[in-house]
Design a protein around this ligand. Structure first.
Ligand code: HEC
Length: 149
C-alpha cells in the first residue's frame, strides 16, 4: 500500500519534471521564432492603416523601426524589452498600463493598447496567429535589451 503510494508519487514527480522541461523547450523555440520575425528572417504580414496592400516583408519587420540597424531612422519606434512592456507606465498620454501576452497580441492586430488607446498609424497592424505573436512576446520579454532608444 505504502509502496504503491511512493511509486505513484515518484511517477508523478517524473511526469511533472518532464512537463516542465517540455514547456521551457517550447518557450525557447518560440522566442527563437520571435527573434526571426523581429528581424525579418521569417515573414510577417503587416499593413499601414489606410493602405490596402501588405507591407513588403523587409518593411514589416519590427527591427525596421524598433532597432537601430534597420532601414528606418534609429529612433523611429521605442526600444522594446521586458521592462518596457510589462512595467506599469503611462503610454500615449493614457493612464498607467502594462502589456500582457493577450494585450500585446491585441495591440499588434488592432492597434488598441492595454489602456484602450489607439496607437498611431505609423505602427503597422499585423495579421498573425497566436504562435507568432507569442513568439514575439517571448523574444522581447526574455531579451534584456532590444532596440536603440
Ligand atoms: C513602420 C514602423 C514600425 C514597425 C515596422 C513596427 N513598429 Fe511598433 N511602433 C512603431 C512606432 C512609431 C511606435 C510608437 C507609437 C506610439 O507610441 O504612438 C510603435 C510602438 C510599438 C509598441 C508599443 C510600445 C509601448 O510601450 O506602448 C509595441 C509593443 C510595438 N510597437 C511592437 C512592435 C512589434 C512587435 C513589431 C513587429 C511585429 C513592430 N512594433 C513593428 C513603429 C513600428
Amino acid at each position: 500500500m505504502l509502496l504503491g503510494a511512493v511509486m505513484g508519487l515518484l511517477a508523478l514527480s517524473c511526469l511533472l519534471r518532464a512537463e516542465a522541461a517540455g514547456t521551457s523547450a517550447l518557450a525557447d523555440a518560440s522566442a527563437a521564432t520571435g527573434r526571426r520575425m523581429f528581424f525579418g528572417d521569417a515573414s510577417l504580414q503587416g499593413a499601414i492603416v489606410g493602405h490596402p496592400e501588405a507591407l513588403p516583408p523587409r518593411l514589416a519587420a519590427c527591427a525596421n523601426c524598433h532597432e537601430g540597424a534597420g532601414l528606418a531612422a534609429a529612433s523611429f519606434g521605442p526600444r522594446l524589452n521586458g521592462t518596457r512592456l510589462t512595467e506599469m507606465r503611462g503610454r500615449r498620454g493614457g493612464p498607467p498600463s502594462a502589456f500582457s501576452p493577450a494585450s500585446f497580441c491585441q495591440m499588434l492586430r488592432t492597434g488598441v493598447d492595454p489602456a484602450s488607446i489607439l496607437i498611431t498609424r505609423q505602427m503597422p497592424r499585423y495579421t498573425l496567429d497566436d504562435n507568432q505573436c507569442l513568439g514575439l512576446w517571448h523574444y522581447l520579454t526574455e531579451t534584456s535589451d532590444v532596440g536603440s532608444n
